[in-house]
Design a protein around this ligand. Structure first.
Ligand SMILES: Cc1cc2nc3c(=O)[nH]c(=O)nc-3n(C[C@H](O)[C@H](O)[C@H](O)COP(=O)(O)O)c2cc1C
Length: 242
């Protein structure tokens, strides 16, 4: 005998509008990596399809790089670098849609987190900074042209994601990746941060009209996120030595 549902849980099974799309229920699978990455698109699609079949109203991909300057090799990540990436990712969107769920994709630039072991492209970040994890590489500081280019990569990847059939497109602005690096005061001392914020952050992402969505699906406008990310800076900044 199937036990009756507690009426307090009924809301979980109601459709919910997210911007212009409607999820069939409130079970939301946030972006998470699988180990399949761009190398194994059919496995990735099958896994996301099983999740949709199991009832998740929204099923998201893992982090999906927008440009070769954000290469997390040897870890398994997705890529949306050019039109050739559309078809493999469309297989994932199709597998999710086959069960009536919404498909989300998480567009990612790692900034100084990315060592670019495969692409060998020099890393980029808001300032000159050693790569965080892997090889002893160093990210160069982005200038205005780089910031413009970054926004273009983000836009192009979002358009391709739409072409692939995704319903929800993230800008990955958490976990210390590139947009977060621009927002965070932690990575540098107050003096550096203020200079950088004045020169780069204010004219670039703030005013672009982005809606920031974190990995739990919450959205906020950039200024709100800025307040949320206000962090005491380290007394010994390793970048400027202040
Ligand atoms: C193996 C693994 C991979 C993950 N990969 C991503 C990712 O690619 N992008 C992301 O935003 N969050 C990623 N996350 C974070 C999850 O989306 C989620 O926020 C986190 O696991 C907390 O939720 P939970 O308490 O339900 O596990 C990952 C988490 C795990 C455990």
């Amino acid at each position: 005998m199937i036990p009756e549902m507690d009426p307090r849980h009924a809301i979980l099974f109601e459709p919910v509008k997210i911007g212009p799309v409607t999820a069939p229920n409130r079970f939301y699978q946030t972006p998470h990596a699988t180990g399949f990455g761009w190398q194994r698109p059919q496995s990735g699609a099958a896994l996301r399809g099983v999740k949709a079949e199991g009832g998740w109203g929204v099923v998201c991909t893992e982090y999906c790089s927008i440009h070769p300057s954000s290469d997390d090799s040897p870890y398994a990540f997705l890529t949306m670098w050019d039109d050739d990436d559309i078809a493999p990712l469309a297989a994932t969107a199709d597998a999710i849609h086959a069960h009536g769920s919404l498909a989300g994709i998480e567009l990612w630039h790692g900034g100084f987190h990315a060592s670019n072991r495969m692409t060998r492209v020099p890393g980029i970040g808001p300032q000159v900074q050693p790569a965080m994890y892997h090889l002893p590489t160093t990210a160069r500081a982005m200038d205005k042209a780089d910031i413009r280019a970054f926004r273009g990569w983000q836009r192009d990847a979002a358009k391709r994601a739409k072409q692939a059939g995704f319903d929800i497109v993230y800008v990955y602005a958490g976990h210390d990746y590139l947009p977060f690096q621009f927002l965070s005061r932690r990575i540098c001392c107050a003096k550096c941060w203020k200079t950088r914020a004045k020169r780069w952050v204010t004219p670039a992402p703030w005013r672009s009209g982005w809606r920031w969505t974190n990995s739990t699906g919450q959205t906020a406008s950039a200024p709100t996120m800025r307040a949320a990310m206000w962090w005491p800076c380290s007394p010994n900044c390793r970048t400027c030595g202040m």
